[in-house]
Design a protein around this ligand. Structure first.
Ligand code: SAM
Length: 196
């Protein structure tokens, strides 16, 4: 990609990622429903998270929570390859169709529990988690390259801290709070119960 993340973000039409009545509100800087009780995050937050993850052309990035595919597009435009996991099959299928129509060929899709990561293709240079966990899943830390970084919202269902997690070359993990956010829950083995 020959433009900056900001430029690409400004040009990316968010309405392409919403196929219900909320399409009309795509320009608002608000989270919007995408069906199945899930949301597309507010664009300014997606931009901030992308900038913090800082995708590079040689990066292999794991994304947990494909949702509409909007965040996936921002990552895939700058990374070598994006591996994106979504637990709701219908959302994954729609995102795959949209991103395919947009011409992306560097995205792999998985339907399943992303709290387990996607070990077959790991470790990853970077990990983006777009659903809220109670704690940083060990599995995801294990799948992060030494020197890698992860963005993840961690906290209670109603309010979380958005963490920038770094794993240094010796494997030690540090984290820094970027801001307070409200994300839908990461369900699954290392997330919240899928029944609750
Ligand atoms: N980044 C997405 C976008 O740009 O549209 C929004 C993601 S939405 C806030 C969170 C997504 O995480 C939902 O689609 C939800 O189904 C998914 N999710 C929740 N728990 C998950 C899990 N264990 N594995 C994979 N996806 C999960």
């Amino acid at each position: 990609m020959h433009c900056s993340i900001e430029e690409y973000y400004r040009r990316l039409d968010r309405s392409l990622f919403i196929d219900n009545i909320n399409k009309n509100w795509a320009d608002l800087d608000r989270p919007l429903p995408i069906g199945f009780g899930q949301t597309i995050s507010q664009p300014s937050l997606v931009l901030a998270m992308t900038r913090q993850l800082n995708p590079q052309s040689h990066d292999r990035i794991l994304e947990i929570g494909t949702g509409s595919g909007y965040q996936t597009a921002l990552l895939a435009a700058f990374a070598q390859e994006v591996f994106t996991v979504e637990r709701i099959a219908e959302l994954s299928h729609k995102a795959r169709q949209r991103l395919g129509q947009m011409g992306f060929e560097n995205i792999r899709y998985k339907i399943g529990d992303g709290s387990l990561g996607w070990p077959e293709f790991g470790p990853y240079d970077k990990i983006m988690v777009t659903a809220a966990a109670a704690a940083i899943p060990d599995e995801l830390v294990r799948q992060l390259e030494p020197g890698g970084r992860m963005i993840i919202p961690v906290g209670s269902p109603g309010m979380q801290e958005l963490l920038l997690v770094k794993r240094n070359r010796r494997g030690q993990v540090t984290s820094r709070i970027l801001e307070h956010v409200v994300f839908v829950e990461l369900k699954g083995r290392y997330g919240w119960s899928a029944d609750g």
